[in-house]
Design a binder for this molecule. Structure first.
Ligand code: C2E
Ligand code: CA
Ligand code: CA
Length: 639
């Protein structure tokens, strides 16, 4: 019967199981490609080797006084143990350096200090058979530690300290969860080492290392909270933490934003409405040009790639290469899909300052008349404009610099019909901003309800003044963003304002632009019906542009259809344009809706529209949108 210390074995068995668990999970979840992963595996490998050598040494020890083979075996195991163990702390320090994103082009004296010390300790360990610096056996084959052991421990303490300093100096580069588990590792390992130092009979060191690594694996290595399961790309949250970490560590960073401008193609080609498929289509290609952990899925049609410490020309080359590839179709389940893309390249911190800037670039709509497939440098000025507009909107709300203008509408025979309320923003920093520019931004900022409600309130105030009634105006038109109408408390907001001013609801005509997916018609139409039953009128705005859907005129109960100015203007340009105008008017008349044509600028247009039989007119021919007082003066003069 071999006599070995059982409780030591228990420690080793548990440590072994922990390490095997770490390695198993790491490999099963394919977390092997980042440098950080590789160091994690190496550290686990070292602890594993140390456990194995310790167990064998333990068994050999029991026999070593009677068997020469056992003695030699023990000798070899102790030897291996020290050689391998000396590498543990340096590798762990490297792991921490990568995990916090601190890897940089190291300066030579740091490399020398880091590598030099390891070389010295390894030399001390490797030379032991000749020098006996680390350990030796006496004539009775009893094991004795020598000074070399302490030098190895001292070096380990240095690396341990180095890792701790690295962790603290990049404290904010890790999420809280990851910081805490790193700290846990340090404390657990320290505890285990100190216990074993105080009583070498208690083999707690390897166990505490294995346990600490388990904690690190669960919290630091685990990527479940960072990864999009479908594509294996990182998610928005990961983008924020990673970019913040690069900024904190003063790394030079270039981001490429791939924007797919025809996302609807997925639906057309594959028949599914699942937009996540978009990133699936390009996943393999992108992973072939850049490691997967540098690809972020911000939204189905917007992907970010991060290039760290890359030279500008290299980043540009890659951007061009990607842009070229996207001009060719992608294969997806047998179908060929041609994605229209724009690649945006921006440097941090020169062009974008923060992780939030990167996200807002990725979410923001592209410049209106963009024809380029690659945007860099000067092209990015639209991002600055966008930020400036966002700031102007916020200022507009707090400083009350929004103003409602009015543009009159007329009966076809010339009598005043009403007016459309149109918002203006007079900003002290960037001057006057027009709604075509700031309304979409306000919609994305989630502030459109504030603007719409402001306009509605101002119009109620105007109605209460009695002026519209004096001039026999039928109604005043108020624009509503569909995004606002879809808010759950939209009806309450409207009612609250209407009650506050106690207006005659029949004098309000809400305009909405039908630009939403068919699936939302149900909700929109029930909202329209509720408001109509209370007396409000409704107009369909911009009919004939983009999304127009004949069905929706039927499904939504509009009183008036406003034909977009482009239809009128095209009618003067070509025969085809004229046919479109005539037939549009015809069709809407047959649906028994009133027709308003906007963009009327000339008397020729008026006679044309008169012969076609439209009901109302609006346009610069009569007046541009003007401030309320000017508007009142205008109608007074022309009445
Ligand atoms: P819209 O509702 O189609 O408004 C008509 C736009 O056409 C106005 O531009 C008006 O100034 C312009 N317009 C009218 N007659 C003529 C003409 O004869 N010739 C030309 N060239 N243009 C004419 P504006 O005021 O810049 O408004 C742009 C868009 O901003 C509006 O288009 C509307 O979609 C949106 N908008 C304006 N005010 C509000 C608001 O209070 N709430 C919401 N949600 N959107 C608003
Ligand atoms: Ca309108
Ligand atoms: Ca319009």
């Amino acid at each position: 019967m071999i006599e070995v210390s059982l409780y030591r074995m228990e420690m080793y068995v548990v440590a072994l199981l922990l390490i095997l668990t770490n390695l198993l999970y790491t490999f099963v979840q394919n977390r092997t490609d980042k440098p950080q992963n590789k160091f994690f595996i190496a550290v686990n490998g070292i602890v594993l080797t140390n456990i194995i050598t310790s167990v064998i040494a333990e068994y050999a020890k029991a026999q070593s006084t009677v068997s020469n083979y056992a003695f030699i075996l023990r000798n070899i195991m102790e030897y291996l143990y020290f050689i391998v163990h000396a590498m543990l702390c340096p590798l762990f320090a490297m792991y921490v350096v990568y995990a916090v994103g601190k890897r940089q082009h190291q300066v030579w004296h740091r490399n020398l200090m880091f590598g030099g010390l390891l070389i010295i300790t390894e030399f001390i360990a490797v030379s032991n058979p000749i020098t006996g610096w680390v350990y030796c056996f006496d004539a009775e084959r009893n094991f004795h530690r020598c000074w070399g052991v302490y030098s190895i421990y001292l070096a380990a303490a240095f690396y341990y300290f180095y890792a701790a300093v690295t962790l603290f100096s990049a404290w904010n580069a890790l999420t809280k969860k990851r910081r805490v588990s790193m700290l846990y590792f340090f404390l657990v390992v320290m505890f285990g080492v100190v216990i074993q130092m105080l009583n070498s009979q208690i083999r707690s060191e390897l166990f505490s290392e294995a346990l600490g690594l388990l904690g690190v694996m669960i919290a630091v290595e685990n990527e479940d909270d960072r990864i999009d399961v479908n594509t294996g790309f990182c998610n928005r949250k990961a983008l924020l933490t990673d970019i913040n970490s690069h900024i904190i560590n003063h790394r030079k960073l270039t981001v490429l934003n791939i924007r797919i401008t025809n996302p609807e193609i997925v639906q057309r080609v594959t028949g599914t409405t699942n937009m996540d498929i978009l990133s699936d289509i390009v996943a393999d290609y992108l992973k072939s040009v850049i490691p997967r952990y540098q690809i972020y899925n911000v939204s189905p049609a917007s992907i970010i790639l991060t290039l760290v410490d890359k030279q500008t020309e290299k980043a540009m080359e890659l951007a061009e290469r990607i842009s070229r590839r996207f001009r060719l179709p992608f294969e997806f389940t047998g179908a060929e899909i041609l994605l229209n893309t724009v690649v945006i390249k921006a440097d941090i911190p020169d062009e974008l300052k923060s992780a939030e800037d990167v996200l807002s670039m990725a979410d923001q709509s592209l410049p209106k008349h963009n024809t380029k497939s690659l945007l860099t440098g000067e092209d990015l000025s639209y991002l600055l404009r966008r930020t400036a507009v966002e700031e102007a909107i916020s200022r507009g709300i707090t400083e009350h610099t929004f103003e409602v203008y009015y543009q009159p509408t007329y009966h076809i025979k010339g009598k005043l019909h009403g007016a459309e309320a149109l918002i203006r923003l007079h900003d002290r920093v960037i001057g006057n901003v027009f709604p075509d520019e700031f309304i979409p931004v306000a919609e994305q900022m989630g502030m459109i309800d504030i603007i719409d409600n402001f306009v509605f309130s101002e119009v109620c105030r105007f109605l209460l003044s009695g002026i519209p009634e004096t001039f026999h105006m039928d109604c005043i038109n108020v624009n509503l963003s569909v995004m606002h109408c879809m808010q759950p408390d939209f009806l309450q907001q409207i009612n609250q304002i209407a009650e506050k001013f106690d207006i005659d609801k029949r004098c309000i005509n809400f305009e909405i632009t039908e630009s939403i997916a068919a699936s939302d018609y149900g909700l929109l139409s029930s909202i329209v019906n509720v408001l109509k039953s209370e007396g409000y009128q409704f107009s369909m705005d911009d009919y004939g542009t983009g999304y127009s859907n004949i069905e929706s005129i039927f499904s939504l109960d509009f009183d008036v259809v406003k034909i977009d100015k482009s239809i009128l203007w095209n009618a003067e340009k070509s025969e085809l344009g004229r046919i479109v105008l005539e037939n549009t008017v015809h069709m809407v008349r047959q649906m028994h809706r009133k027709i308003l044509v906007e963009g009327v600028e000339t008397s020729e247009q008026i006679s044309l529209l008169d012969t076609l039989g439209v009901d109302y007119l609006q346009g610069y021919f009569f007046s541009r949108p003007i401030p309320k007082d000017d508007f009142v003066a205008y109608i007074r003069k022309s009445s």
